[in-house]
Design a protein. Structure first.
Length: 168
């Protein structure tokens, strides 16, 4: 792995999707790499039975993964971003990652937002200056729509919550 590579490792229903988000082969790395994983319980990557805790994504700031939708069985892409909320305007939230990447997300009233040990819904749950994690989809026109968001840290969020957003 090169020093400039950002790596995302996501446990998805017992499968690990690996995405190198630097270079031109990022999409190929996501779609092509999947392997079973069985880390030891209680270690730095405590996987539990429900998938991976959000915090185990590590230092990743944005990326995408191709996963199988648990309802349809079809392969779908999920995108993620971690960064600082720059702006909230109606249902639009702009997040800037540490590497300078800014994405604007649609965070609808049906989007679950976790923060401070509670959950709510919609863009108004996210505040300018907060750290936020978002996971969702990107349409053909580039619109990013959040399926799930976490403000602050992910410590109050259970493992099934994040996994559910990735698996549909």
């Amino acid at each position: 792995m090169t020093a400039g590579a950002t790596v995302v490792v996501l446990a998805l229903g017992g499968t690990v999707a690996y995405a190198a988000t630097s270079g031109d082969s990022a999409r190929d790395a996501v779609t092509g790499a999947a392997a079973s994983a069985s880390p030891s319980p209680g270690g730095p990557c405590d996987w539990h039975d429900h998938g991976m805790w959000l915090g185990l994504i590590g230092d990743a700031v944005h990326g995408e993964a191709t996963v199988k939708d648990r309802d349809t069985g079809k392969w779908v892409e999920r995108i993620l971003q971690r960064g600082t909320v720059q702006k909230v305007d109606g249902d639009k939230v702009t997040v800037k990652s540490e590497d300078g990447t800014s994405w604007t997300w649609t965070v609808g009233s049906d989007t679950t937002v976790y923060g401070n040990g509670t959950s709510g819904s919609g863009a108004d749950e996210l505040k300018k200056g907060e750290t936020a994690w978002l996971v969702g989809t990107r349409s053909d026109d580039g619109t990013r729509t959040a399926m799930l968001a976490v403000s602050g840290t992910a410590q109050d969020m259970g493992p099934g919550d994040w996994q559910g957003a990735f698996l549909g």
